[in-house]
Design a protein around this ligand. Structure first.
Ligand code: NAD
Length: 409
């Protein structure tokens, strides 16, 4: 089943649990705007998308992914998850996502700049601080956001830093953004441990995907005394049951090495990492990592989804039967977009807010999201999953906005 169809199935399930009518759910069945372009760069034609799934709560908001496997199905699914994530986080955004299908690892910096600028030109009329606001995602970063901003502003003829987030600080970005996804994930993981892993002062944790989200998350958990026993990237992983030296591992990764070659442990494949005997499995790479094929073999009693969509629908059902606790992506990785919202708000008002205040606000928003999800979960006597609880809350806020707008009765 495509990821889009799986998402619709998940929506249906959540709606049924809360007796939301099919008529109301119709507004969430399809994206509101699908834009496609072929970017001509150095004689190549690169497929590119920008999709807004829903905008009842505000402008589109979501990252841009550069990856050789990007497809419309994937971008639409990511835009769908962004809609629910932004709704659950109580921020004034709809959900959107973008992507370009090419391999940035095989492209020169000049070519990546040209592709970023071509992306901005292709979608300039669709983007803007009140229309749709991109951000970084897999294999995109602040520099790429800067190229897109620069090209967009050239076309518009005025400054508009709020059209994109995750920018360098000099262009209106904020310091907090760098590790905000991991910080948010770390805060909900701590809440999850208090509730579901009582007495575990030193949990064993495996992290799949040692990139922006996974690396900072591992560092924060290790600083609290937890053991990061395994980590991986696209080339494979490393395992040490006594705990990896996380500082050394991060330095190794920052120097351009793969964690797979890190000398402080034994090599494991990404598939093996998922099945290790750990207390918490952090998924911070890509979609569809746990499926019906491996779900029965997952030994971790708790999983945190820092990546978007790392567990497919069938696997979700298997894990639910086994009472595995899954902190869903739309909650666990929402720290990034919450801080993006702070950046956007600053850009729009011209005010510069105190960093401590914003850190505190992120903390409060993450904890409030966790509490609301747990309350819904408990209201249903723990017979639903945390994902279903989160979906119900997110759907209801979007539908309330649709109702006020008169699109549903
Ligand atoms: P990134 O590009 O910084 O890191 C991705 C990491 O995953 C890299 O280390 C890469 O080598 C590794 N990887 C790729 N394929 C893999 C595989 N098959 N197995 C194991 N590792 C693999 O990207 P990121 O920003 O850290 O994003 C990771 C996930 O988190 C994505 O699903 C993204 O959508 C999600 N996310 C990121 C943010 C953010 O602010 N960075 C926010 C929300 C969600």
């Amino acid at each position: 089943m495509s990821i889009v169809l799986e998402n619709l199935e998940r929506l249906k399930e959540a709606a049924k649990l809360e007796n939301i009518s099919d008529e109301h759910m119709k507004v969430l069945q399809n994206p509101v705007q699908v834009s496609y372009a072929e970017l001509s760069v150095n004689g190549k034609q690169l497929p590119a998308w920008r999709i807004i799934y829903n905008r009842a709560l505000g402008p589109g908001k979501g990252g841009i992914r550069f990856h050789p496997e990007v497809s419309e199905d994937e971008v639409q699914s990511l835009a769908f998850w962004m809609s629910l994530k932004n709704s659950l986080a109580d921020i004034p955004y709809g959900g959107a996502k973008g992507g370009v299908k090419f391999n940035p690892k095989e492209s020169s910096p000049e070519e990546i700049e040209e592709i970023s600028r071509a992306y901005a030109r292709a979608f300039a009329d669709k983007l803007g601080q009140d229309k749709d606001v991109p951000a970084p995602d897999v294999y995109t970063n602040g520099q790429i956001m800067a190229y897109i901003l620069d090209e967009f502003e050239k076309i518009q003829g005025h400054h508009e830093p709020g059209m994109i987030t995750g920018k360098p600080i000099e262009l209106g970005g904020i310091a907090l953004r760098g590790d905000s996804t991991a910080q948010g994930g770390y805060l909900v993981t701590k809440e999850m441990m208090k509730k579901f892993l009582i007495g575990k002062d030193s949990a064993k944790i495996a992290v799949q995907g040692y990139g922006n989200a996974g690396l900072f998350m591992a560092e924060k958990l290790a600083a609290d005394g937890h053991l990061i026993v395994a980590a991986s990237d696209s080339k494979g992983g490393v395992y040490n049951d006594q705990g990896l030296d996380v500082k050394a591992l991060s330095a190794w990764k920052h120097s351009g090495n793969s964690v797979n070659d890190f000398p402080g442990g034994t090599k494991v494949s990404n598939a093996e990492l998922l099945e290790l005997p750990v207390n918490i499995l952090v998924l911070a790479a890509l979609e569809n990592q746990i499926t019906a094929e491996n779900a029965e073999r997952i030994m971790a009693p708790c999983i945190v989804e820092l990546a978007n969509g790392p567990i497919n629908l069938e696997a979700d059902r298997i894990l639910a039967n086994r009472k595995t606790i899954v902190v869903p992506d739309i909650l666990a990785n929402s720290g990034g977009v919450i801080v993006s919202y702070f950046e956007w708000a600053q850009n729009r008002t011209g005010q510069i807010l105190d960093e401590e205040y914003l850190r505190d606000l992120l903390d409060k928003k993450m904890k409030s999201g966790w509490q609301r999800v747990v309350e819904k979960f408990e209201e249903k006597n723990g017979e639903i999953t945390l994902r279903q609880a989160a979906y119900i809350l997110a759907i209801k806020r979007i539908l309330a906005a649709e109702k006020y707008r008169g699109r549903i009765k």
